[in-house]
Design a protein around this ligand. Structure first.
Ligand code: ZN
Length: 407
């Protein structure tokens, strides 16, 4: 394994460094600044997901306006279309997508395991069929690293095996151990350690012993950042919080902690309390496309007839462009009329609301009042179903047979 180049701190400074600004004395919630080759990110931060090298329905300038500082791109999707070579030819993902701020690319592992049928897993990698045209592909730790080197994001993720929920202990252990073997191969294949940071991922499903071992193994690799994967895949929220309670304290304190695929407001504030710095989720953009706003009070299904004569903003407490200028009634009308602007306005609000929520959390941490801020937020917030829904939602999800998670 030739991991020396990717180690941080090393002879060369790591491309991504996290600097603490304040730690909440009561909870351990962290405010910090993550330095990257394309600028700084104030943490805790929410990363809008740009699956196809675009955050659906939003221009980069609009993302800047709402205060988004970092976005996510999907290796699996970009590999299949348009292909990493084309993106490299365009000058990398930043130039291709006209986003000159930090980008994180995932490894493609989650999509390969969740989106593709008939995948065959071995220690070498995964053979799968494209969800677009059924063509056969092979993705390995080396391949996923090569693709991400070509995409050129500031942060790239190690290729991992995400166990579905529920999984038995033996399967989850095999996936977690393979994930650890694979991160070492990713390190060996990494060609741009000077300007791209490789983050490792802790797997282990809901099994404390596996999570503990995974956290210790990843911490031993001295990577510039660490992620917790394989959560929010259908397990009850309290179980996810328990896993965070035991995993996060085992991670290096001076590195950014990234909780993958989690983004409902209650999960964000609970994750922050447990020392998470980075989040990403498709919930905001996906719900917007379904005509549902995420607000200070919970969700507002503005598509519903109840809002046809509601001349108030989506969220009366929100200062975003949508809430400043448009009513629920107007947005309801746009959605019913299949007008693109309707979905754009809800997307704008959902992302702006979430980014603003992270800013509020950050200020509360710096002000030494995170616990009371969180308590006040949750007291006015009605938890809704979603991929990390409460037990009632879990029951509906289970009955409907859905995974609850979008790939
Ligand atoms: Zn708004």
């Amino acid at each position: 394994m030739d991991s020396d180049l990717a180690r941080a701190p090393g002879p060369r400074p790591a491309p991504v460094r996290w600097e603490p600004v304040a730690i909440c004395p009561d909870t351990g919630a962290r405010a910090g600044i993550m330095h990257t080759p394309h600028g700084d990110v104030e943490t805790p931060a929410f990363m809008p997901v740009g699956t196809q090298a675009t955050v659906k329905a939003m221009t980069p300038e609009e993302l800047e306006t709402i205060g988004a500082q970092i976005i996510l791109g999907n290796t699996y999707h970009l590999h299949l279309r348009p292909g990493a070579d084309l993106v490299a030819e365009a000058g990398g993902l930043h130039a291709f997508a006209h986003w000159n701020h930090p980008i994180l690319t995932d490894s493609g592992g989650f999509q390969v395991f969740s989106l593709c049928e008939r995948n065959q897993i071995s220690d070498d990698g995964v053979t799968f069929r494209s969800h677009i045209d059924g063509s056969r592909h092979f993705l390995s730790p080396e391949g996923a690293t090569d693709i991400q080197n070509k995409l050129g994001a500031d942060i790239m993720m190690a290729f991992d095996q995400c166990a579905p929920y529920p999984s038995d202990h033996a399967y989850a252990a095999e996936a977690a151990d393979r994930t650890y073997r694979w991160v070492q191969r990713c390190l060996g294949a990494h060609r741009r350690p000077h300007d791209q940071a490789l983050f490792g991922i802790v797997q282990g499903s809901v099994f404390p012993d596996l999570r503990r071992r995974g956290a210790e193994q990843i911490s031993g690799l001295d990577l510039p950042g660490v992620a917790i994967g394989g959560l929010s895949v259908g397990e009850p929220k309290p179980q996810m919080y328990d896993i965070l309670d035991l995993t996060v304290p085992l991670l290096p304190r001076d590195r950014p902690h990234y909780l993958m695929g989690v983004g409902s407001p209650d999960c964000l504030v609970e994750g922050i309390q447990r020392g998470i710095d980075l989040f990403d989720c498709v919930l905001q953009t996906r719900m917007a496309r379904n005509g549902t706003a995420i607000t200070r009070r919970g969700k507002v299904v503005v598509r519903n007839a109840a809002y046809a004569r509601d001349f108030t903003p989506l969220d009366p407490d929100c200062q975003c462009y949508t809430c400043t200028n448009y009513t629920r009634a107007y947005i309801h009308h746009l959605i019913k009329a299949d007008e693109i602007l309707g979905l754009r306005l809800v997307t704008w609000h959902n992302l702006a609301f979430t980014v603003d929520l992270m800013g509020q959390a950050r200020r509360a941490i710096i002000g030494g009042r995170y616990a009371s801020w969180k308590r006040e937020f949750l007291s006015g917030y009605e938890v809704f179903g979603g991929k990390e829904g409460p037990p009632a939602w879990e029951e509906r999800r289970r009955r409907s047979g859905g995974t609850g998670r979008e790939a």
